[in-house]
Design a protein around this ligand. Structure first.
Ligand code: NDP
Length: 511
Protein backbone atom coordinates (compact mmCIF):
# COMPACT_ATOMS: atom_id res chain seq x y z
CA UNK A 1 0.00 0.00 0.00
CA UNK A 2 1.42 3.40 -0.98
CA UNK A 3 0.04 6.93 -1.18
CA UNK A 4 -0.70 8.75 -4.42
CA UNK A 5 -1.04 12.40 -5.15
CA UNK A 6 -4.51 13.44 -6.36
CA UNK A 7 -3.34 15.31 -9.48
CA UNK A 8 0.14 16.84 -9.49
CA UNK A 9 -0.71 19.36 -12.23
CA UNK A 10 -3.82 20.80 -10.51
CA UNK A 11 -3.38 24.59 -10.33
CA UNK A 12 -4.40 26.31 -7.13
CA UNK A 13 -4.28 29.85 -8.52
CA UNK A 14 -6.79 28.88 -11.19
CA UNK A 15 -9.30 27.84 -8.54
CA UNK A 16 -9.33 30.75 -6.09
CA UNK A 17 -12.02 33.42 -5.76
CA UNK A 18 -11.89 36.69 -7.70
CA UNK A 19 -11.21 38.53 -4.44
CA UNK A 20 -8.10 36.42 -3.82
CA UNK A 21 -6.96 36.90 -7.43
CA UNK A 22 -7.38 40.66 -6.98
CA UNK A 23 -5.37 40.58 -3.74
CA UNK A 24 -2.55 38.62 -5.41
CA UNK A 25 -2.46 41.09 -8.29
CA UNK A 26 -2.00 44.19 -6.13
CA UNK A 27 1.41 45.48 -4.93
CA UNK A 28 2.67 43.84 -1.72
CA UNK A 29 4.57 46.43 0.28
CA UNK A 30 5.79 46.84 3.83
CA UNK A 31 3.48 48.59 6.30
CA UNK A 32 5.38 51.21 8.29
CA UNK A 33 3.72 54.04 10.19
CA UNK A 34 0.45 53.44 8.34
CA UNK A 35 2.11 53.81 4.93
CA UNK A 36 2.60 51.08 2.36
CA UNK A 37 6.24 51.39 1.35
CA UNK A 38 8.70 49.52 -0.85
CA UNK A 39 11.42 49.69 1.78
CA UNK A 40 14.67 51.63 1.82
CA UNK A 41 16.60 49.33 -0.52
CA UNK A 42 13.64 48.36 -2.72
CA UNK A 43 14.37 44.62 -2.32
CA UNK A 44 11.77 41.99 -3.20
CA UNK A 45 11.18 38.26 -3.00
CA UNK A 46 8.85 35.97 -4.91
CA UNK A 47 6.33 33.82 -3.14
CA UNK A 48 5.51 30.43 -4.67
CA UNK A 49 2.77 27.83 -4.24
CA UNK A 50 4.59 24.87 -2.62
CA UNK A 51 2.09 22.44 -4.20
CA UNK A 52 2.83 23.45 -7.80
CA UNK A 53 5.80 25.78 -7.86
CA UNK A 54 3.61 28.47 -9.47
CA UNK A 55 4.59 32.05 -8.63
CA UNK A 56 1.98 33.75 -6.47
CA UNK A 57 3.31 37.28 -6.01
CA UNK A 58 6.33 39.53 -5.69
CA UNK A 59 6.64 40.97 -2.20
CA UNK A 60 8.70 43.92 -0.98
CA UNK A 61 11.23 42.97 1.69
CA UNK A 62 12.70 45.18 4.34
CA UNK A 63 16.20 45.31 5.76
CA UNK A 64 17.72 46.67 8.97
CA UNK A 65 16.92 50.26 7.97
CA UNK A 66 13.22 49.42 7.55
CA UNK A 67 13.17 47.71 10.94
CA UNK A 68 14.66 50.89 12.43
CA UNK A 69 11.93 52.98 10.77
CA UNK A 70 9.22 50.56 11.91
CA UNK A 71 10.49 50.60 15.52
CA UNK A 72 10.54 54.40 15.45
CA UNK A 73 6.92 54.44 14.26
CA UNK A 74 5.91 51.88 16.88
CA UNK A 75 7.59 53.93 19.62
CA UNK A 76 5.84 57.13 18.47
CA UNK A 77 2.47 55.35 18.44
CA UNK A 78 3.18 53.90 21.88
CA UNK A 79 4.07 57.28 23.30
CA UNK A 80 1.15 58.91 21.49
CA UNK A 81 -2.24 57.84 20.17
CA UNK A 82 -2.25 54.19 21.21
CA UNK A 83 -1.55 54.79 24.89
CA UNK A 84 -4.08 57.65 24.86
CA UNK A 85 -6.88 55.18 24.09
CA UNK A 86 -8.74 53.63 27.01
CA UNK A 87 -8.82 49.83 27.42
CA UNK A 88 -12.41 49.96 26.23
CA UNK A 89 -11.55 51.83 23.03
CA UNK A 90 -8.76 49.37 22.31
CA UNK A 91 -11.23 46.53 22.86
CA UNK A 92 -13.67 48.12 20.40
CA UNK A 93 -11.00 48.23 17.70
CA UNK A 94 -10.02 44.62 18.34
CA UNK A 95 -13.66 43.54 18.07
CA UNK A 96 -14.06 45.48 14.83
CA UNK A 97 -11.00 43.70 13.46
CA UNK A 98 -12.45 40.32 14.46
CA UNK A 99 -15.56 41.09 12.39
CA UNK A 100 -13.51 42.34 9.42
CA UNK A 101 -11.47 39.11 9.45
CA UNK A 102 -14.64 37.02 9.44
CA UNK A 103 -15.89 39.04 6.46
CA UNK A 104 -12.64 38.30 4.57
CA UNK A 105 -12.42 34.67 5.68
CA UNK A 106 -12.40 33.21 2.20
CA UNK A 107 -9.47 35.33 0.99
CA UNK A 108 -7.48 34.63 4.18
CA UNK A 109 -8.18 30.93 3.80
CA UNK A 110 -7.14 30.77 0.16
CA UNK A 111 -3.99 32.80 0.79
CA UNK A 112 -2.94 30.46 3.60
CA UNK A 113 -3.48 27.43 1.37
CA UNK A 114 -1.62 28.93 -1.60
CA UNK A 115 1.30 30.33 0.36
CA UNK A 116 1.81 27.53 2.88
CA UNK A 117 0.28 24.46 1.21
CA UNK A 118 -1.98 23.48 4.12
CA UNK A 119 -5.34 21.86 3.29
CA UNK A 120 -8.31 24.23 3.07
CA UNK A 121 -10.07 22.75 6.12
CA UNK A 122 -7.10 23.58 8.34
CA UNK A 123 -6.74 27.06 6.85
CA UNK A 124 -10.45 27.72 7.40
CA UNK A 125 -10.13 26.63 11.04
CA UNK A 126 -7.15 28.90 11.63
CA UNK A 127 -8.95 31.87 10.09
CA UNK A 128 -11.98 31.27 12.28
CA UNK A 129 -9.58 31.07 15.19
CA UNK A 130 -7.80 34.37 14.48
CA UNK A 131 -11.12 36.19 14.41
CA UNK A 132 -12.02 34.50 17.70
CA UNK A 133 -8.61 35.44 19.10
CA UNK A 134 -9.11 39.18 18.51
CA UNK A 135 -12.56 38.87 20.05
CA UNK A 136 -11.22 36.97 23.08
CA UNK A 137 -8.38 39.43 23.71
CA UNK A 138 -10.80 42.35 23.26
CA UNK A 139 -12.59 40.86 26.28
CA UNK A 140 -9.28 40.49 28.13
CA UNK A 141 -8.39 44.13 27.41
CA UNK A 142 -11.43 45.16 29.41
CA UNK A 143 -10.23 43.11 32.37
CA UNK A 144 -6.67 44.27 32.80
CA UNK A 145 -6.65 44.62 36.54
CA UNK A 146 -4.13 44.94 39.30
CA UNK A 147 -4.63 43.99 42.95
CA UNK A 148 -4.58 45.71 46.30
CA UNK A 149 -2.46 44.36 49.11
CA UNK A 150 -1.13 45.32 52.54
CA UNK A 151 1.39 48.17 52.59
CA UNK A 152 4.94 47.38 53.76
CA UNK A 153 5.30 47.32 57.55
CA UNK A 154 7.81 50.17 57.81
CA UNK A 155 5.42 52.53 55.97
CA UNK A 156 2.27 51.27 57.67
CA UNK A 157 3.81 51.75 61.10
CA UNK A 158 4.22 55.46 60.54
CA UNK A 159 1.31 56.41 58.31
CA UNK A 160 -1.90 55.24 56.77
CA UNK A 161 -0.97 53.83 53.41
CA UNK A 162 -2.31 52.08 50.38
CA UNK A 163 -0.53 49.49 48.23
CA UNK A 164 -1.79 48.33 44.88
CA UNK A 165 -0.47 47.05 41.55
CA UNK A 166 -0.94 48.41 38.06
CA UNK A 167 -0.69 46.33 34.90
CA UNK A 168 1.03 48.27 32.16
CA UNK A 169 2.04 47.39 28.59
CA UNK A 170 5.63 46.23 28.09
CA UNK A 171 6.07 48.79 25.28
CA UNK A 172 7.24 48.12 21.73
CA UNK A 173 7.16 44.41 20.87
CA UNK A 174 8.94 42.65 18.02
CA UNK A 175 6.98 39.63 16.77
CA UNK A 176 8.96 37.09 14.73
CA UNK A 177 6.74 34.57 13.03
CA UNK A 178 7.34 31.22 11.26
CA UNK A 179 5.81 29.75 8.11
CA UNK A 180 4.00 26.68 9.41
CA UNK A 181 0.71 28.36 10.44
CA UNK A 182 1.54 31.88 9.32
CA UNK A 183 -1.48 34.02 10.14
CA UNK A 184 -2.32 32.10 13.27
CA UNK A 185 1.17 32.32 14.80
CA UNK A 186 1.22 36.04 14.00
CA UNK A 187 -2.17 36.73 15.58
CA UNK A 188 -1.58 34.73 18.73
CA UNK A 189 1.15 37.28 19.45
CA UNK A 190 -0.50 40.32 17.89
CA UNK A 191 -3.91 40.08 19.57
CA UNK A 192 -2.66 39.92 23.18
CA UNK A 193 0.08 42.49 22.47
CA UNK A 194 -2.48 45.00 21.21
CA UNK A 195 -4.93 44.16 23.99
CA UNK A 196 -2.18 44.84 26.53
CA UNK A 197 -1.51 48.24 24.94
CA UNK A 198 1.78 47.45 23.19
CA UNK A 199 2.66 48.57 19.70
CA UNK A 200 4.38 46.09 17.41
CA UNK A 201 6.69 45.34 14.53
CA UNK A 202 5.88 42.01 12.87
CA UNK A 203 8.54 40.08 10.91
CA UNK A 204 6.79 37.25 9.01
CA UNK A 205 8.64 34.31 7.50
CA UNK A 206 10.09 34.84 4.05
CA UNK A 207 8.28 31.63 3.00
CA UNK A 208 4.77 32.94 3.79
CA UNK A 209 4.57 36.71 3.45
CA UNK A 210 1.03 37.14 2.10
CA UNK A 211 -1.80 36.68 4.62
CA UNK A 212 -0.28 39.07 7.16
CA UNK A 213 -0.37 41.80 4.48
CA UNK A 214 -4.12 41.33 4.14
CA UNK A 215 -4.36 41.71 7.90
CA UNK A 216 -2.33 44.92 7.63
CA UNK A 217 -4.85 46.23 5.15
CA UNK A 218 -7.74 45.45 7.52
CA UNK A 219 -5.93 47.07 10.45
CA UNK A 220 -5.79 50.30 8.47
CA UNK A 221 -9.42 50.04 7.37
CA UNK A 222 -10.70 49.36 10.88
CA UNK A 223 -9.02 52.52 12.22
CA UNK A 224 -5.95 51.40 14.17
CA UNK A 225 -3.74 54.48 14.52
CA UNK A 226 -0.67 54.67 12.27
CA UNK A 227 2.40 52.95 13.66
CA UNK A 228 0.55 50.66 16.09
CA UNK A 229 1.17 47.66 13.85
CA UNK A 230 4.10 47.69 11.44
CA UNK A 231 4.75 44.77 9.10
CA UNK A 232 8.23 44.21 7.68
CA UNK A 233 8.54 41.16 5.48
CA UNK A 234 12.18 40.23 5.11
CA UNK A 235 14.88 37.73 5.88
CA UNK A 236 15.64 36.40 9.33
CA UNK A 237 19.40 37.01 9.25
CA UNK A 238 18.76 40.67 8.41
CA UNK A 239 15.35 42.06 9.42
CA UNK A 240 14.76 39.38 12.10
CA UNK A 241 18.20 39.77 13.63
CA UNK A 242 17.87 43.58 13.78
CA UNK A 243 14.47 43.36 15.43
CA UNK A 244 15.83 40.97 18.09
CA UNK A 245 18.79 43.22 18.77
CA UNK A 246 17.11 46.63 18.46
CA UNK A 247 17.86 48.79 21.52
CA UNK A 248 14.44 50.45 21.46
CA UNK A 249 12.41 47.22 21.36
CA UNK A 250 11.19 46.23 24.83
CA UNK A 251 10.16 42.68 24.10
CA UNK A 252 10.60 40.08 21.40
CA UNK A 253 8.26 37.15 20.92
CA UNK A 254 9.60 34.46 18.62
CA UNK A 255 8.20 31.23 17.22
CA UNK A 256 10.48 28.95 15.23
CA UNK A 257 13.38 26.59 15.60
CA UNK A 258 15.33 26.13 18.81
CA UNK A 259 18.55 27.05 16.96
CA UNK A 260 17.16 30.43 15.88
CA UNK A 261 15.62 30.91 19.32
CA UNK A 262 19.14 30.82 20.77
CA UNK A 263 20.24 33.53 18.33
CA UNK A 264 17.26 35.67 19.36
CA UNK A 265 18.24 35.32 23.02
CA UNK A 266 21.83 36.40 22.32
CA UNK A 267 20.68 39.36 20.25
CA UNK A 268 18.19 40.39 22.93
CA UNK A 269 20.91 40.54 25.58
CA UNK A 270 22.11 44.00 24.45
CA UNK A 271 19.22 45.85 26.07
CA UNK A 272 17.95 42.89 28.12
CA UNK A 273 14.61 43.00 26.36
CA UNK A 274 11.96 40.55 27.53
CA UNK A 275 11.91 37.36 25.45
CA UNK A 276 9.13 34.84 24.82
CA UNK A 277 10.02 31.74 22.83
CA UNK A 278 7.82 29.07 21.28
CA UNK A 279 10.30 26.58 19.87
CA UNK A 280 10.48 23.04 18.65
CA UNK A 281 9.17 19.77 19.99
CA UNK A 282 9.51 16.01 19.75
CA UNK A 283 6.35 15.13 21.57
CA UNK A 284 5.59 11.69 23.02
CA UNK A 285 2.38 9.76 22.37
CA UNK A 286 1.89 6.92 24.87
CA UNK A 287 -0.53 4.11 24.05
CA UNK A 288 -1.30 2.05 27.15
CA UNK A 289 -2.46 -1.60 27.00
CA UNK A 290 -6.08 -0.68 27.77
CA UNK A 291 -6.35 2.03 25.08
CA UNK A 292 -9.28 2.06 22.66
CA UNK A 293 -7.60 1.05 19.38
CA UNK A 294 -10.37 2.55 17.23
CA UNK A 295 -9.65 5.92 18.83
CA UNK A 296 -5.89 5.49 18.88
CA UNK A 297 -5.38 4.77 15.18
CA UNK A 298 -6.75 8.00 13.67
CA UNK A 299 -5.62 9.87 16.78
CA UNK A 300 -1.95 9.07 16.46
CA UNK A 301 -1.98 9.41 12.67
CA UNK A 302 -3.28 12.95 13.10
CA UNK A 303 -0.89 13.62 15.97
CA UNK A 304 2.02 13.03 13.59
CA UNK A 305 0.73 13.89 10.12
CA UNK A 306 -1.52 16.91 10.76
CA UNK A 307 -0.12 19.81 8.71
CA UNK A 308 2.26 17.29 7.09
CA UNK A 309 4.02 17.12 10.44
CA UNK A 310 5.10 20.77 10.10
CA UNK A 311 3.69 21.36 13.49
CA UNK A 312 5.54 22.13 16.69
CA UNK A 313 3.13 19.98 18.74
CA UNK A 314 3.42 16.97 16.43
CA UNK A 315 3.45 13.67 18.28
CA UNK A 316 6.35 12.00 16.55
CA UNK A 317 7.71 9.68 19.25
CA UNK A 318 5.05 7.00 19.49
CA UNK A 319 5.24 4.46 22.34
CA UNK A 320 2.82 1.53 21.95
CA UNK A 321 2.45 -1.19 24.54
CA UNK A 322 3.58 -4.50 23.06
CA UNK A 323 0.14 -6.07 23.59
CA UNK A 324 -1.40 -3.62 21.08
CA UNK A 325 1.63 -2.86 18.91
CA UNK A 326 0.99 -5.12 15.91
CA UNK A 327 -2.73 -4.43 15.74
CA UNK A 328 -2.24 -0.66 15.95
CA UNK A 329 0.54 -0.65 13.35
CA UNK A 330 -1.50 -2.71 10.88
CA UNK A 331 -4.55 -0.45 11.25
CA UNK A 332 -2.39 2.67 11.18
CA UNK A 333 -0.94 1.69 7.82
CA UNK A 334 -4.44 1.13 6.40
CA UNK A 335 -5.69 4.43 7.84
CA UNK A 336 -2.68 6.42 6.62
CA UNK A 337 -2.98 5.02 3.11
CA UNK A 338 -6.55 6.38 2.99
CA UNK A 339 -5.40 9.98 3.59
CA UNK A 340 -5.56 11.90 0.31
CA UNK A 341 -2.48 13.88 -0.71
CA UNK A 342 -2.95 16.83 -3.03
CA UNK A 343 -3.25 20.56 -3.46
CA UNK A 344 -4.75 22.09 -0.35
CA UNK A 345 -7.60 23.61 -2.33
CA UNK A 346 -8.77 20.25 -3.69
CA UNK A 347 -11.68 19.29 -1.45
CA UNK A 348 -10.52 15.70 -0.80
CA UNK A 349 -7.01 16.73 0.31
CA UNK A 350 -5.93 15.83 3.80
CA UNK A 351 -2.17 16.18 3.33
CA UNK A 352 -0.58 19.00 1.32
CA UNK A 353 3.04 19.62 0.30
CA UNK A 354 5.98 20.55 2.49
CA UNK A 355 6.89 24.23 2.52
CA UNK A 356 9.92 24.21 0.20
CA UNK A 357 12.30 22.13 -1.85
CA UNK A 358 14.97 22.58 0.83
CA UNK A 359 12.67 21.37 3.57
CA UNK A 360 11.60 18.39 1.45
CA UNK A 361 15.26 17.39 1.08
CA UNK A 362 15.74 17.72 4.83
CA UNK A 363 12.74 15.47 5.55
CA UNK A 364 13.81 12.88 2.94
CA UNK A 365 17.28 12.97 4.50
CA UNK A 366 15.79 11.96 7.85
CA UNK A 367 13.83 9.14 6.19
CA UNK A 368 17.07 7.79 4.68
CA UNK A 369 18.83 8.20 8.03
CA UNK A 370 16.07 6.20 9.74
CA UNK A 371 16.64 3.33 7.32
CA UNK A 372 20.43 3.56 7.71
CA UNK A 373 19.98 3.36 11.48
CA UNK A 374 17.93 0.16 10.98
CA UNK A 375 14.49 1.43 11.85
CA UNK A 376 11.91 -0.45 9.77
CA UNK A 377 10.07 1.71 7.23
CA UNK A 378 6.67 -0.03 7.15
CA UNK A 379 4.85 2.65 5.19
CA UNK A 380 5.50 5.52 2.76
CA UNK A 381 8.42 7.91 2.85
CA UNK A 382 8.75 8.49 -0.90
CA UNK A 383 8.81 11.84 -2.68
CA UNK A 384 5.80 12.19 -4.96
CA UNK A 385 5.57 13.25 -8.61
CA UNK A 386 5.23 16.81 -9.88
CA UNK A 387 6.69 20.23 -9.13
CA UNK A 388 5.22 20.34 -5.61
CA UNK A 389 7.19 19.46 -2.48
CA UNK A 390 5.16 16.35 -1.66
CA UNK A 391 6.42 13.53 0.54
CA UNK A 392 4.14 10.68 1.50
CA UNK A 393 3.81 10.07 5.24
CA UNK A 394 6.40 7.67 6.64
CA UNK A 395 5.84 5.16 9.44
CA UNK A 396 8.87 3.59 11.10
CA UNK A 397 8.70 0.75 13.63
CA UNK A 398 11.50 -0.83 15.66
CA UNK A 399 12.83 2.57 16.69
CA UNK A 400 15.01 3.25 19.71
CA UNK A 401 16.06 6.28 21.69
CA UNK A 402 19.41 6.88 19.97
CA UNK A 403 18.09 7.21 16.42
CA UNK A 404 18.08 10.63 14.76
CA UNK A 405 14.40 10.19 13.79
CA UNK A 406 13.60 9.74 17.50
CA UNK A 407 15.77 12.51 18.88
CA UNK A 408 15.58 15.38 16.38
CA UNK A 409 12.69 17.59 15.32
CA UNK A 410 12.07 16.70 11.67
CA UNK A 411 9.07 18.96 11.10
CA UNK A 412 7.73 16.55 8.51
CA UNK A 413 5.39 13.54 8.23
CA UNK A 414 7.68 11.00 9.89
CA UNK A 415 6.39 8.76 12.67
CA UNK A 416 8.84 6.81 14.86
CA UNK A 417 7.21 3.95 16.78
CA UNK A 418 8.73 2.17 19.78
CA UNK A 419 7.16 -0.84 21.47
CA UNK A 420 7.32 -1.17 25.28
CA UNK A 421 6.51 -3.96 27.70
CA UNK A 422 6.39 -2.38 31.15
CA UNK A 423 3.28 -1.08 32.89
CA UNK A 424 5.28 0.81 35.50
CA UNK A 425 4.24 4.44 35.10
CA UNK A 426 7.58 5.86 36.24
CA UNK A 427 9.39 3.82 33.60
CA UNK A 428 6.91 4.84 30.92
CA UNK A 429 7.19 8.49 31.89
CA UNK A 430 11.00 8.22 31.78
CA UNK A 431 10.74 7.07 28.14
CA UNK A 432 8.32 9.88 27.31
CA UNK A 433 10.56 12.46 28.99
CA UNK A 434 13.73 11.26 27.27
CA UNK A 435 14.05 14.39 25.13
CA UNK A 436 15.45 17.91 25.40
CA UNK A 437 12.02 19.23 24.39
CA UNK A 438 8.77 19.50 26.36
CA UNK A 439 6.04 21.10 24.30
CA UNK A 440 3.22 18.60 24.03
CA UNK A 441 2.31 14.97 24.59
CA UNK A 442 -0.60 12.59 24.85
CA UNK A 443 -1.68 9.55 26.81
CA UNK A 444 -4.13 6.99 25.42
CA UNK A 445 -5.89 4.83 28.00
CA UNK A 446 -9.38 3.98 29.23
CA UNK A 447 -8.27 4.27 32.86
CA UNK A 448 -8.85 7.62 34.51
CA UNK A 449 -6.25 6.85 37.16
CA UNK A 450 -3.57 5.84 34.67
CA UNK A 451 -4.33 8.90 32.56
CA UNK A 452 -3.90 11.44 35.33
CA UNK A 453 -1.01 9.65 36.99
CA UNK A 454 0.90 9.69 33.68
CA UNK A 455 -0.07 13.26 32.84
CA UNK A 456 1.44 14.33 36.16
CA UNK A 457 4.72 12.58 35.28
CA UNK A 458 5.14 13.94 31.74
CA UNK A 459 7.30 17.08 31.50
CA UNK A 460 5.54 19.15 28.85
CA UNK A 461 3.50 22.33 28.65
CA UNK A 462 0.47 20.59 27.20
CA UNK A 463 -0.57 16.96 27.75
CA UNK A 464 -3.80 15.56 26.29
CA UNK A 465 -5.70 12.40 27.15
CA UNK A 466 -7.19 10.34 24.29
CA UNK A 467 -6.55 13.20 21.90
CA UNK A 468 -3.41 15.14 20.90
CA UNK A 469 -2.50 18.82 20.58
CA UNK A 470 -5.72 20.16 22.05
CA UNK A 471 -5.02 23.87 21.68
CA UNK A 472 -7.62 26.62 22.13
CA UNK A 473 -7.74 30.41 22.32
CA UNK A 474 -8.30 30.35 26.09
CA UNK A 475 -5.86 27.52 26.91
CA UNK A 476 -2.24 28.43 27.77
CA UNK A 477 0.33 26.87 25.45
CA UNK A 478 4.12 26.75 25.67
CA UNK A 479 7.07 24.58 26.44
CA UNK A 480 9.14 23.01 29.18
CA UNK A 481 12.85 22.46 28.57
CA UNK A 482 14.18 23.57 25.18
CA UNK A 483 10.68 24.04 23.78
CA UNK A 484 10.60 27.61 24.92
CA UNK A 485 10.00 30.32 27.46
CA UNK A 486 6.58 31.57 28.50
CA UNK A 487 3.05 30.84 27.37
CA UNK A 488 0.80 32.00 24.57
CA UNK A 489 -3.01 31.86 24.37
CA UNK A 490 -5.35 32.51 27.26
CA UNK A 491 -4.75 34.97 30.10
CA UNK A 492 -1.08 33.97 30.28
CA UNK A 493 -0.74 35.04 26.65
CA UNK A 494 -1.84 38.53 27.69
CA UNK A 495 0.42 38.58 30.76
CA UNK A 496 3.38 38.10 28.43
CA UNK A 497 2.85 41.69 27.20
CA UNK A 498 2.23 43.29 30.60
CA UNK A 499 4.52 44.65 33.29
CA UNK A 500 3.43 44.85 36.92
CA UNK A 501 4.02 48.10 38.77
CA UNK A 502 3.69 48.07 42.57
CA UNK A 503 2.55 51.36 44.09
CA UNK A 504 2.63 52.34 47.75
CA UNK A 505 1.06 55.66 48.69
CA UNK A 506 1.72 57.11 52.14
CA UNK A 507 -1.52 58.89 52.96
CA UNK A 508 -1.03 60.62 56.29
CA UNK A 509 0.90 60.27 59.51
CA UNK A 510 -0.71 57.90 62.04
CA UNK A 511 -2.66 59.78 64.72
P1 NDP B 1 13.50 29.59 11.79
O1 NDP B 1 13.56 29.41 13.23
O2 NDP B 1 14.77 29.82 11.06
O3 NDP B 1 12.53 30.81 11.40
C1 NDP B 1 11.46 31.31 12.17
C2 NDP B 1 11.40 32.82 12.01
O4 NDP B 1 12.61 33.41 12.51
C3 NDP B 1 11.29 33.28 10.57
O5 NDP B 1 10.53 34.47 10.49
C4 NDP B 1 12.73 33.56 10.21
O6 NDP B 1 12.87 34.41 9.12
C5 NDP B 1 13.22 34.20 11.49
N1 NDP B 1 14.67 34.18 11.66
C6 NDP B 1 15.60 33.41 11.05
N2 NDP B 1 16.85 33.72 11.50
C7 NDP B 1 16.70 34.71 12.42
C8 NDP B 1 17.59 35.44 13.24
N3 NDP B 1 18.91 35.24 13.21
N4 NDP B 1 17.08 36.35 14.08
C9 NDP B 1 15.76 36.59 14.15
N5 NDP B 1 14.87 35.94 13.37
C10 NDP B 1 15.32 35.00 12.52
O7 NDP B 1 12.77 28.40 11.17
P2 NDP B 1 12.73 27.96 9.67
O8 NDP B 1 11.61 28.67 9.05
O9 NDP B 1 14.04 28.08 8.96
O10 NDP B 1 12.47 26.43 9.87
C11 NDP B 1 13.55 25.59 10.30
C12 NDP B 1 13.10 24.61 11.32
O11 NDP B 1 12.56 25.29 12.44
C13 NDP B 1 11.99 23.71 10.88
O12 NDP B 1 12.44 22.66 10.14
C14 NDP B 1 11.42 23.30 12.21
O13 NDP B 1 12.19 22.28 12.76
C15 NDP B 1 11.55 24.53 13.05
N6 NDP B 1 10.34 25.34 13.15
C16 NDP B 1 9.61 25.25 14.28
C17 NDP B 1 8.46 25.96 14.40
C18 NDP B 1 7.63 25.88 15.62
O14 NDP B 1 6.45 26.24 15.57
N7 NDP B 1 8.17 25.46 16.74
C19 NDP B 1 7.96 26.83 13.35
C20 NDP B 1 8.82 26.88 12.20
C21 NDP B 1 9.96 26.16 12.13
P3 NDP B 1 13.06 33.81 7.64
O15 NDP B 1 12.06 32.78 7.42
O16 NDP B 1 12.82 34.99 6.80
O17 NDP B 1 14.46 33.28 7.59
Amino acid sequence: MQSDILDPSWSGIAHVSDATKAFLAQPHKLLINGEHTEGVKGNTLNSYDPATGEKLATVCTGTEEDIDNAVKAARAAFNGPWSALSHFDRAKLLKKLAVAIAEHAEVFTELEVLDNGMPRFIAALTVENISEMFDYYAGCAQHIEGTTTQPPRHVAMEAEALTYTLKEPVGVAGLIVPWNVPISTAVLKLAPALAAGCTVVVKPSEETPLSILLLGQLLKETGFPDGVVNIVNGYGHDAGARLSAHPDVDKVSFTGSTATGRKVISAAMGNLKKVSLELGGKSPVVVMPDADVELVVPGIALATFFLQGQNCMAGTRIFIHESLHDEVVEKLIAFTSSLKIGHGLQPETFLGPLISAGHKEKVLGYISKGQEEAAKLVYGGRPLAGNGHFVEPAIFTGCHRDMAIVREEIFGPVMAIQSFSTTNLDEIAAMANDTEYGLSGSVWTESLSTAHALVARIRAGQVSVNCHGAIGTNIPFGGYGQSGWGREFGREGLDAYLETKAVTARLSARQ
